[in-house]
Design a protein around this ligand. Structure first.
Ligand SMILES: O=c1ccn([C@@H]2O[C@H](COP(=O)(O)OP(=O)(O)O[C@H]3O[C@H](CO)[C@@H](O)[C@H](O)[C@H]3O)[C@@H](O)[C@H]2O)c(=O)[nH]1
Ligand SMILES: [Mn+2]
Length: 734
């Protein structure tokens, strides 16, 4: 035992193949420099339209080169982490710290209560001493439907938790489990129990779904719990008092499951909302939870998940504690971030919503460079660090005694009353909440800015990517949902970059330089829109007009272009396949790369500027977690869903049409005018670029001209885009 103390609870390994990557990176940089050399030495004579087009392209290439350097930097030093849970339980099993788990939901129609309670049940069922777990649900929808579902879940947990333990099942979200599980046939007794639990779950699910659909709680049910009385005073979702209900009080000796084992504490909180007070979206909800939980359970470690992110691995808490509790390296770790993963992806992930490379490769690169960002869900925090405390070398937590400090004496009903004020609108007035304490306000990516500030206070963060994924969530299932989500992200990142919390100046001297630079690719997401729009439109229009912008295909200057394009594509394909993607998935990823850069990032960029000028306020558009059956059906068939009109679709369609017109024009030029193959030689690159753009846009032509279902391009968008594309081409040919 004494020996064990010195064995670490986790281990860090550098990724393999780093030298190979460095060689590839160096060769890529050389080819990019050669491209610049070509641009400088062959620029057309001053002043004309050719010259302007050329300079524009050069600037775009300078940008892409710079961005490419940043992406290389993120990948230079990835690390993997491994935990030793057996050592943890050997040394700490009796003194494991309490864990507070926060689940956030905001709207019962966008986030159906049945999804929410599945997440709640999955986190209640962690393989961890139950009396040390407290689960808090924050309901920004202030909805009795969600409350009702949680009440049902609290009852169901009494049979669900013992079942999970007895059958050692994974995952512990009942919906996810019964979706794929096969009944145990070997033992008839076990099979009977299994069936009875399944039936109970299905009954509960039906009750909850019908109530949600009817949007009304049956009178009889209302009488069952005094908590429902609170809704007599609720005027609307945006105007109500604090509702706080302790549904299960873990300290109560009567709060036990069917086997007589203690249950985790379960709390419902809907913070006060008044029209005259800004509620600060998820950040506001989280801060209310931090304060309320500090009175009720005050655990030193907080896990935070979105309402759709169920726990897929019952060992995650123990994994996370291996980092915090490590005697040598644990003291300065503020948070342990699990990568986001999704349960509802199709094989080739049409909308590239898995962000496969980001969450497999880049996040580990961040870790190597100083620590991953906080990405809002699937993250374990040290409470002190989240509350704004600075890292202090002298101050080490003694995890063995932390549980015995200041036990709460008040009864649940007293707590319910006394804690209400902590979640009121006025509580934060003239305090540091939302500034130096808790999650930061005023940014659509509250998570990133909060994580960055924690790192700037001297703390370190860790990325943990276990074999069996820690959490699984719901990825957007329509094109527009995905684009809107990315707009929020791009806008948030750019806002941080331009604010006083920018990694460049705020991070300077506080976090390592390579970590400062690693934040840049995301900070500058939005800025990508201009060079990408330029590259996707101008060379094609120039092809129509007969302006050549690339080296002749027979000239040696072609080589750096060939190398840069092919090496880069092959590398990214390799990386994608290595992460478990498919070739078609990679191609879809490239398409979404184009779509996001020309729409989400553009609107994100414009909104950020308007926001800076004080002309617009940024909002938090909640991502929808369900869609109707027809849409789901198309999603499963991997058909792109365009559906409702939006300026974003206008841009996508216009670019697609413009390129097909230019492509046809370019081919015509080669076939008709070209006698000596001189024209082809000059324009081959542009035709190729245009051809690739046409190919990548195939689904767009399909939805615009051939599809008949409701996911097709809206007619108004089609007309508008045809008009715009024709106009652009006409101007180009003038
Ligand atoms: O006023 C609000 C708005 C949202 N939420 C909750 O915030 C979570 C995230 O919202 P979602 O619409 O699912 O956003 P995503 O785009 O999926 O979220 C990613 O990006 C967000 C920042 O932009 C982070 O907050 C999230 O954790 C991260 O998963 C959900 O549980 C919501 O219920 C609230 O509690 N109150
Ligand atoms: Mn989400």
């Amino acid at each position: 035992m004494a020996q064990d103390i010195h064995l670490p609870l986790f281990e860090t390994k550098s990724a393999k193949g780093r030298i190979l990557f460095q060689l590839y990176a160096a060769s890529l940089v050389v080819s990019i420099c050669l491209i610049y050399a070509y641009r400088v030495s062959y620029s057309p004579v001053d002043g004309g339209i050719e010259w302007w087009a050329w300079i524009g392209l050069f600037v775009a290439e300078l940008w892409f080169g710079f961005y490419c350097l940043l992406m290389i930097l993120v990948r230079l030093n990835p690390v993997h982490r491994y935990t030793f849970r057996d050592r943890l339980s050997q040394r700490y099993e009796k003194d494991l710290p309490g864990i507070d788990i926060f689940v956030c939901t905001a709207d019962p129609s966008i986030e159906p209560p049945i999804i929410v309670i599945n997440t709640v049940l999955s986190v209640m069922a962690y393989d961890y001493p139950q009396e040390k777990l407290s689960v808090y649900l924050s309901d920004d929808g202030g909805s009795d439907l969600t409350f009702y579902a949680l009440l049902e879940a609290s009852r169901f947990s009494k049979i669900w938790l013992p079942f999970c333990k007895k059958f050692k099942i994974e995952p512990r979200s009942p919906e996810a489990y019964f979706c794929t599980a096969i009944e145990p046939l070997d033992d008839p007794l076990k099979a009977r129990e299994w069936h009875s639990i399944k039936k109970s779950y299905e009954e509960m699910k039906m009750l909850i779904e019908t109530t949600t659909k009817l949007r009304q709680i049956p009178k009889a049910v209302r009488k069952e719990h005094r908590g429902f009385r609170e809704w007599d005073f609720v005027t609307s979702q945006r105007d109500h008092q604090t509702i706080l209900q302790i549904l299960i009080d873990g300290r109560d000796p009567k709060a036990v499951d069917v086997e007589g084992q203690p249950l985790p504490t379960l709390v419902y909180l809907s913070r006060e909302k008044r029209p005259q007070y800004h509620h600060n979206f998820k950040a506001g909800a989280m801060n209310a939870l931090i304060r309320t939980s500090s009175r009720i359970s005050n655990s030193p470690v907080i896990l935070n998940v979105d309402c759709d992110m169920y726990s897929n691995n019952s060992e995650s808490i123990r994994d996370a504690l291996c980092f915090f509790l490590d005697e040598c390296q644990g003291h300065n770790i503020a948070y342990v971030q699990f990568p986001q993963s999704f349960a509802n992806l199709t094989k080739n992930d049409v909308y590239a919503s898995s962000l496969l490379v980001t969450y497999r490769v880049e996040i580990e690169g961040y870790d190597g460079n100083g620590g991953p960002p906080y990405i809002g869900t699937g993250c374990f925090h040290r409470r002190d660090a989240l509350c704004g405390e600075k890292y202090n070398r002298e101050c080490k937590v003694d995890w063995k005694s932390v549980n015995h400090q200041g036990k709460v004496e008040e009864s649940a009903s007293v707590l319910e009353e006394t804690c209400k004020v902590l979640a009121s609108c006025t509580y934060e007035e003239d305090t540091e909440w939302g500034k130096e304490m808790g999650l930061k306000y005023g940014c659509p990516v509250e998570d990133i800015i909060t994580g960055l500030c924690i790192q700037c206070r001297g703390w370190r963060s860790i990325c943990f990517n276990p074999e069996r994924k820690g959490f699984l969530g719901v990825a957007p299932t329509t094109l527009l949902q995905s684009l809107v989500q990315h707009k929020r992200w791009a806008e948030g990142h750019l806002q941080i970059f331009l604010s006083k919390y920018s990694t460049l100046w705020y991070g300077h001297g506080r976090i390592p330089l390579k970590l400062q630079l690693s934040y840049l690719p995301y900070s500058l997401w939005a800025a990508n829109c201009w060079p990408t729009l330029y590259y996707a439109a101008i060379p094609s229009l120039c092809l129509l007009r007969g302006i050549s912008l690339f080296p002749k295909i027979s000239s040696p200057w072609t080589l750096p272009f060939v190398y840069a394009i092919f090496a880069n594509s092959l590398y990214s394909l390799g990386e994608f396949l290595w992460c478990g993607g498919t070739v078609q998935g990679w191609w879809n990823d490239q398409r979404m790369w184009l779509f996001k850069r020309t729409t989400s990032y553009l609107f994100g960029f414009i909104d950020t500027i308007l926001n800076r000028l004080g002309l617009a306020k940024s909002a938090f558009a909640i991502t929808e977690k369900t869609v109707d059956e027809e849409v789901t059906h198309r999603y499963e068939k991997e058909l792109m869903e365009f559906g409702s009109p939006s300026p974003m679709l206008n841009i996508i369609a216009t670019i697609a049409l413009l390129n097909i017109i230019s492509f046809v024009g370019g081919i015509r030029r080669v076939v008709i005018v070209d006698a000596q193959r001189e024209v082809f030689d000059q324009f081959a690159w542009q035709i190729l670029l245009c051809g690739v753009l046409v190919y990548i846009n195939m689904p767009v032509y399909q939805v615009t001209f051939f599809r008949k279902d409701n996911g097709r391009m809206p007619t108004s968008t089609t007309y508008w885009s045809i008009l715009c594309a024709l106009l652009a081409c006409a101007i180009a040919m003038l």
